[in-house]
Design a protein around this ligand. Structure first.
Ligand code: LCS
Length: 393
């Protein structure tokens, strides 16, 4: 079914599923590593890009392609590249766009390993890097140098919830020929479309909202143009970071309910954020949906909703945070986010433990910060769980 001119929910359910599979309503799992060519000429044509046939699952697979096409449509891009993990998406983009003597400008507060792989690995190959608060456009202007090739933005940032103006940041970057990449994991295409706002590539850890059920690890990249698509896809294929067919099947199944999951999670998150903001033991709350969030107006303009990630600090600092984390019952004390279940975790000792304390403090990831991923349970049960845990402080 051609879903190009259909609404978002119709795309969620039907996009990508237009190939003939014996009338199967759902794209089947093509659990095969390789594909037989019709003859030698056909094989040569597939490799030369003159025929559309499949070659080898690391390069392409119908189940994976259905998911990639759906994501490309939802993100308004040229094409999708599904990967084995979100980090595989991040590293494929870095591998394609960075090189010796090249420079990347990156949000200081991003998912720990997205920064860690630059500092630990890409630095060994002569890549230069500057970490800044990309929500401050002046800092972007000042950080771009002659050899800058990439502006890498996470918005909202993990876990500090800073919002970067994608449209304005892209304008600045494009004046200098810099490629803009946005990690859209915290928003999903339901809430934010970076390519429409001016970015050149968007990526996701599909482990989070896209799949939504905490049972798959994976990633996806969507580019606006064909040229960039080919460049990143080639790096992904050589790195061997492809998504496998079973992963793609599960992820595509999860994707179909993205809207209704996001709506419910956001409705719950707003209630949880308000509860936290009014609780006497809470020092501060960061949720883009709260008027107190420093970029609330920008979030309203750029996003269709505020997602369901909340960071907060307690007056009793990290000790109080540990009491809460050790005493919740409904919320699981676990990393990851964006699933149907509520999770709580401590970035300084968990997701961002790989960063130096100094870098964390500079990025706003303080020891007292507790991160909460609100699920789709009943809001009153999530709040009751937090309340009884906070009573123990
Ligand atoms: N980008 C963002 C914004 C993320 O939050 C994560 C993972 C990744 C990329 C990497 O994706 P993965 O390889 O794990 O699929 N974030 C995690 C987190 O906050 N807790 O655990 C994983």
């Amino acid at each position: 079914m051609d879903t190009k001119n259909k609404g978002f929910n119709t795309k969620l359910v039907h996009a990508g599923a237009y190939e003939e599979h014996f009338g199967s309503v759902v794209t089947p799992i093509y659990q095969t590593s390789t594909f037989a060519f019709k003859n030698a000429r056909h094989g040569a044509d597939c490799f030369a890009g003159k025929s559309d046939g499949y070659i080898y699952t690391r390069i392409g697979n119908p189940t994976v392609k259905a998911f990639e096409d759906a994501m490309a449509e939802l993100e308004h891009g040229f094409g999708g590249i599904a990967t084995s993990s979100g980090m595989s998406a991040v590293s494929s983009v870095y591998m394609a766009l960075l090189g010796q003597g090249k420079h990347i400008v990156c949000s200081a507060s991003v998912y720990g390993p997205s920064r860690g792989i630059l500092e630990r690995d890409f630095s060994r190959f002569g890549v230069e890097m500057t970490f800044i608060d990309t929500s401050d456009l002046e800092q972007i202007k000042n950080a771009i140098k002659e050899n800058t090739t990439v502006l890498y933005i996470e918005t909202p940032t993990n876990p500090t919830m800073q919002i970067t103006d994608i449209e304005k940041a892209s304008e600045i970057a494009h004046k200098h020929g810099v490629t803009v990449v946005v990690d859209n994991t915290f928003s999903s295409p339901y809430l934010q479309n970076p390519l429409v706002l001016g970015a050149d590539a968007v990526l996701h850890s599909i482990t989070k909202y896209i799949n939504g059920h905490a049972d798959v690890v994976g990633g996806v990249i969507v580019t606006k143009e064909e040229e960039l698509f080919k460049k990143i896809k080639a790096s992904m294929v050589y790195l061997g970071g492809n998504m496998d067919p079973h992963q793609a099947f599960l992820t595509h199944r999860g994707l179909k309910t993205l809207s209704i999951r996001m709506e419910k999670a956001e409705e719950n998150a707003m209630k949880v954020a308000e509860f936290l903001e009014n609780h006497p033991k809470v020092d501060w709350v960061l949720y883009p949906g709260l008027k107190s969030h420093p970029q609330h107006e920008l979030a309203k303009k750029q996003m269709k909703g505020f997602s369901s990630m909340i960071s907060f600090g307690l007056k009793g600092g990290i000790e109080a945070g540990i009491t809460v984390m050790d005493n919740v019952h409904l919320a699981a004390l676990a990393v990851s986010l964006g699933g149907v279940e509520t999770l709580i975790q401590h970035p300084a000792s968990m997701t961002h433990a790989g960063m130096s304390k100094e870098a964390r403090e500079k990025a706003g990831i303080t020891d007292g910060l507790v991160r909460f991923s609100v699920g789709i349970e009943n809001a009153e049960d999530i709040i009751e769980d937090l309340k009884q845990a906070m009573d123990k402080i």
